[in-house]
Design a protein around this ligand. Sequence first.
Ligand SMILES: Nc1ncnc2c1ncn2[C@@H]1O[C@H](COP(=O)(O)OP(=O)(O)O)[C@@H](O)[C@H]1O
Ligand SMILES: [Mg+2]
Length: 579
Amino acid sequence: MYHIVMQHIHGRARWAFFLAPLIMLGEVFCDLQQPTLMSEIIDQGLSKGDLNFVISHAGLMLLFAVLGLIFGGACGALGSYASLKMGEALRSHLLTVALNDRQAGSLPPATLITRITNDVTQMQNLVMMVTRGLVRSPMLLIGGVVMSIIVCPDLAPILFVVMPILVVFLLVIVRLSVPKYTAMQQSVDHINQIMRENLQGAKTIKSYVLEDHQHADFTTSNQHLQQTSQTAAMATVLLSPVIQLMLNLGVVVALGYGGQLAISNTISNGQIIAFVNYMIQITSAMIQTVNIITAFSRAITSATRVQAVLDMAAFQVAPAQVAAVADVKPHGSQIEFDQVSFGYQQSRPILDHVSFTVPDGQWLGVIGATGAGKSTLINLLTRRFDDYHGTIKIGGVDIQQMALSTVHAAVAVALQDSLLFSGTVRSNLTYGRPDATDAELTNATAIADAQPFIAQLPAKYDAPVEQAGKNFSGGQRQRLNLARAIVPTTDILVLDDATSAVDQTTNAAIKSRLREQRADKTTLIISQRVTNVIDCDQILVLNNGRLEAIGTHAELMQQSPFYRQLVTTQLGGAPDANA
Ligand SMILES: Nc1ncnc2c1ncn2[C@@H]1O[C@H](COP(=O)(O)OP(=O)(O)O)[C@@H](O)[C@H]1O
Ligand SMILES: [Mg+2]
C-alpha cells in the first residue's frame, strides 16, 4: 500500500505528505502545554492571589492555543493537498490501465468502477488520516503519559490501571470490526455489479420475466451488506461509551484519591486538574488510534483491489514505449503476414503460423466460422497486441517499426460491434479525420447507406447521438460505424463483419459502391458469409486459427474441400463469381 501511495505522490504533493506530520508535532507540543499551564495558574496564581501571574499565564495559554490552531490548520491543508493529488494521479493511472486492457474483461467494468472511485477515495482518506493522525495520536498518547507522570507522580498509578484495560478493550474492537469492513467492501462491489447488470440488461430481464429472480438476488446481497455493516458499526458504537466510562471512573478516582492527598498537602489542586486533563487527552488519542487502525484496514483492502488493476498493466505495452520506436512510413499498402502465431493466453494459441500476402490495391476476403480468429488477425494488423510470433508488414515495413499513429493512419477498421459515443452524428463520423468536409461526410454516408436516415434527421450531421448511440437502431448504428471507417479514406480499409445487421440487398449495394470508390485500394472484407467475399481478388479461408486455403473463388472451389463444403452449406450449390 505504501508503494501505491508513494508511486502516485510526486513533487510538491510528496513534500506536503512528509511535511504535514512534522508540523503536527508542533500542534501536539502546544496541546500538551495547556494542562500544565492551567495547573500553574491554579497553584501559583489563583491560590496566592497573584493576578499578574494569572494574566501572563492565561496569555501564554492563548498563545499556545493559537499556535496549535495554526499548526493544525497547516497540517490539515498540506494533508488534503497530498491526498487530493495522490487521488488524482492514481485515478488517471487506473483509467489508463483499464483503457489499455488487452484481456478485455479480465476485470468486469462494475469492479473497475468501484475500484477507480470508492477504493481510491478510501486510500485518499488514509493519506489524510496518516498525515494528521499517525504522528498526533501516538505522540499525544506518549506525551500525555509522560507529562502526567512528571506533573503528578502520585496519581500515576491510576493510569497504570485504566490504560491496560482500555488497550485490551480497543484491541478486541479492532479484531471484531476490521474483518467486517473487508466483507463490507466486497458486498458493496457485488451490489454494484448486480445493479449494473440489471440496468444494462433491463430489456433482456423484462423479456425473460426475470424481475423476481433478479430482485431476490439483489435483496440477498443487500441483506448481507446490512449484516456486515451492523456488526462493524456495533463494534464502533461500543467504542465511545466504554472509553467514556473508563475515563470518568478514572476521573472520579483521581478526584477522590487526589482530594485526600491534597488535604494532606501532598499534592496541589492544580496538579489534580492537570492530571485529569492529561487523562482526557490520552483517551481521545486512543479513540483516534482506533479510528486510524480501521481506516488502515479499509485502505489495505482497497489497496489490494487497486493493485490488482495496476497489475493488469503487466500485460500491456505502455503507449510511451510504443511511441519510442523509430517511426518508419510504409511504402504503399501491401500487407504481408509471415508465419504469424498468437494467443491471448499463452496456453491457448488462436493463430497458428499464418502466412499470406495482399498485393497493393487488392481486395482480400477472409472467411471462417465464429471464433476462427478473423478478428484476431485484424487486432494484430492494427497493433492492438504486439506479443505475436512472426512478422507483419504494411507497405514493406514491419509494423513494429511504425508508430501506432502511422499504423492507424494507414488502416481504418469498421468493427461489427464498435460503439457510437455521445455527441453528434458529425462528431462520431469524424474521429478518424477531424477536418472532414460535409461533402466527404456525404460521400461516406452515401456509400454506407446512411444517407436515407440522416436526411430525415432535422439537424442532419449535427443531430445528437445519445450514450452508446441508443437513439439509433442497430442497423443505423452499423451504417454510421461503417461510414466512420470510410471517411478518412485510408490506404487500407478493413470491414470486420461490418454489415451483419444490414439486409442482403442493401449489403450488395454498399459493396458495389465501395468497389467503385476503392477499385485500386487495398480492402479486407471479413465475413462468415460466402456471398460477401465471393468476388474478392483472393479469399483466405481460416479454420480454427490455421490458414486452410487461399485463392480466388474458382481456385478454392477446385482445391479446397473445406471451402467447397462451406459454399454448399451456405448457397446450396456452386454459383459463379458474379452471383
Ligand atoms: N481479448 C481476448 N482475450 C482472450 N481471448 C480472446 C480475445 N478476443 C478473442 N478471443 C478468443 O480468440 C478466439 C478467436 O476470436 P476472434 O478472432 O474474435 O474470432 P472471429 O473474429 O473469427 O469470430 C475466440 O476463441 C475468442 O474466444
Ligand atoms: Mg470477429
